[in-house]
Design a protein around this ligand. Structure first.
Ligand SMILES: [Fe+2]
Ligand SMILES: [Fe+2]
Length: 199
């Protein structure tokens, strides 16, 4: 699959989740938490494959100028988004700051997606060409199964650091996901974790 098509599909999935969140009423705490958990997962995986494959492939071809600057800016935008995601991860949806954090997250992600789709992707499309983009897309589709599913804002975001740290983080994330699933299966009424903490 073409890398840009794959990334745009991800953007669409996340935007659909944002719109779902925006339609929920103020008391729909459980559904809000479920939607936010999906957003965290989708964005963590998406950021990881862009940082492991897409951005490095672009920087390999052009490191300076417009496109190089755009990639560097993208990494900084990912960094900010990951911090907000890490605060939302495990946060009590009834916390008075929960909705505000999601709103700021959505503003940041929408701005970033617009920059990618309007400016970066058309330029990369011309720079890399169809063959390379297809290759990258296939690699990213495969990697989706093994990359981290939670945000790690303190971890390296460029190769080779992210390739090494990402493998360990993905294992920790899998254990965290399995643990949460188990807790939910055993708890008849859903436990509400404290703000900012992971269960
Ligand atoms: Fe991005
Ligand atoms: Fe993206």
């Amino acid at each position: 699959m073409n890398a840009i098509t794959l990334l745009k599909n991800d953007h669409k999935t996340v935007e659909d989740l944002f719109q779902r969140f925006e339609k929920l009423g103020p008391r729909a705490h459980k559904t809000k938490q479920d939607v936010v958990e999906r957003i965290i997962r989708e964005l963590s995986v998406h950021a990881a494959i862009e940082e492991m494959f897409f951005y490095p492939a672009v920087r390999q071809v052009v490191e300076e100028g417009d496109v190089g600057d755009m990639v560097l800016e993208s990494l900084e935008e990912h960094h900010i988004v990951k911090w907000v995601l890490s605060e939302l991860d495990g946060m009590n949806p009834e916390h008075e700051r929960f909705d505000a954090k999601v709103t700021v997250l959505m503003e940041n992600v929408r701005h970033h997606v617009e920059d990618e789709e309007q400016d970066l992707f058309p330029k990369v499309n011309r720079l890399l060409g169809k063959g390379r983009l297809d290759e990258l897309g296939d690699a990213m589709a495969r990697a989706k199964k093994t990359v981290p599913t939670h945000p790690h804002p303190r971890s390296p975001d460029e190769p080779p650091g992210n390739l090494v740290a990402g493998a360990g983080a993905a294992l920790v994330d899998k254990a965290l996901d399995a643990g949460r699933k188990l807790v939910r299966q055993k708890t008849p009424t859903r436990s509400r974790p404290k703000a900012g903490s992971r269960p």
